[in-house]
Design a protein around this ligand. Structure first.
Ligand SMILES: NC(=O)c1ccc[n+]([C@@H]2O[C@H](COP(=O)([O-])OP(=O)(O)OC[C@H]3O[C@@H](n4cnc5c(N)ncnc54)[C@H](OP(=O)(O)O)[C@@H]3O)[C@@H](O)[C@H]2O)c1
Length: 309
């Protein structure tokens, strides 16, 4: 099969396009003919060597975590999926490798893709949706009437999170650059802070919750906008949440477990109209290096998606 892969960790230039062996379904796995896979920030961090200690690396290594496609074969013990089913999902934590034509994945963490949801949109919503749902619903337990600051509103995870937070009945404040203000308003943000024109830590206050998708100094400063008793969740600061200098707020690191139930929740939110797909820029697998350069620049909006077939 064709794949985008790398033989050593490094910059986008290490990505190659070519032939690799087809996967075989082990017990409890299905092989999926991949129709689309999306670019996530984790992919270029992995390619650069950031997760080398944690992931099961085997060169040539294919990056990529989420996918949408069609079940092509079934391993022993799989009873709830059949050849020809359209499915989407996210590989198990620590596994990488969806930038290719075929993947083997545990059947238990794959969900059926609704007919109305295209493969491109399903791939775009898979890891972003899983992460936003686990953060807002399970970790922050966001409630109707609360105010949440979502950092990095034009990004993949944050774009889903803005819509989900509105659906849950929260008031949403978000940060973005001037170029993306209309975009995040279109997703439903009630208040938008242009982070180049204003210091969010001064412009925003009395939030019940923060969802930080930016990391670094932005993450650390985010505690300032919380009211006493507030909670903050961090997904761009590594495996541990940054610790607040104040003692009256809580810092949380969502675990983001891969489950079929969570993927079904993504599908449900799409089908009920609560969440619509982000702006998409399409690539071929042979253009993986270009897609990584854009993603790594951190200033595009929506999602970059490989249309595989
Ligand atoms: N399971 C997990 O723990 C998990 C899952 C998914 C993602 N993540 C992590 O979460 C982070 C976000 O992922 P993603 O895929 O959603 O990111 P992304 O789509 O790559 O985010 C890019 C966006 O970030 C915005 N941005 C950059 N700097 C900003 C700043 N200082 N303030 C506000 N917005 C800023 C940019 O908007 P402008 O151009 O307007 O600046 C751009 O739209 C990554 O670090 C990723 O590794 C973790």
């Amino acid at each position: 099969m064709k794949a985008a892969y790398f033989e050593k960790f490094g910059g986008p230039e290490v990505l190659q396009y070519g032939d690799v062996p087809d996967p075989v379904a082990a017990a409890d796995e299905v092989v999926v003919d991949v129709a689309a896979a999306s670019v996530n920030a984790a992919d270029w961090k992995f390619r650069g060597g950031e997760y080398a200690r944690h992931a099961q690396v085997k060169f040539p290594q294919i990056p990529g975590r989420d996918f949408s496609g069609t079940v092509a074969s079934i391993g022993a013990g799989v009873g709830d999926l059949k050849v020809g089913d359209a499915v989407f999902g996210v590989l198990a934590a620590g596994r990488e490798g969806t930038y290719c034509e075929k993947i083997a994945v545990a059947a238990a963490i794959v969900a059926k893709k609704p007919d109305r949801l295209s493969h491109v949109h399903a791939a775009a919503l898979a890891l972003t949706g899983l992460t936003a749902i686990d953060t807002l619903e399970n970790t922050l337990k966001l409630r109707r009437g609360e105010t949440i600051l979502i950092q990095g509103g034009a990004g993949g995870v944050a774009g889903f999170a803005i819509q989900l937070a509105k659906h849950l009945g929260a008031r949403v404040v978000t940060t973005t650059s001037a170029a993306n203000i209309d975009y995040v308003r279109g997703l439903g943000a009630d208040e938008v802070v242009d982070y180049n024109a204003q210091d969010f830590a001064k412009a925003v206050k009395d939030c019940d919750a923060v969802f930080d998708t930016v990391g670094g100094a932005v993450a650390q400063k985010s505690f300032a906008v919380l009211k006493p008793g507030g909670r903050a969740a961090f997904i761009a600061s590594g495996a541990q949440a940054p610790q607040p200098a104040r003692s009256d707020v809580t810092a949380l690191r969502p675990p983001v477990p891969r489950t079929r139930k969570a993927m079904e929740r993504v599908a449900e939110l799409y089908l009920t109209g609560a969440v619509r797909p982000p702006e998409i820029k399409l690539y071929r697998l042979s253009q993986a290096a270009a897609a990584h350069r854009l993603s790594e620049g951190r200033h595009f909006r929506g999602k970059l998606v490989f249309q595989v077939r």
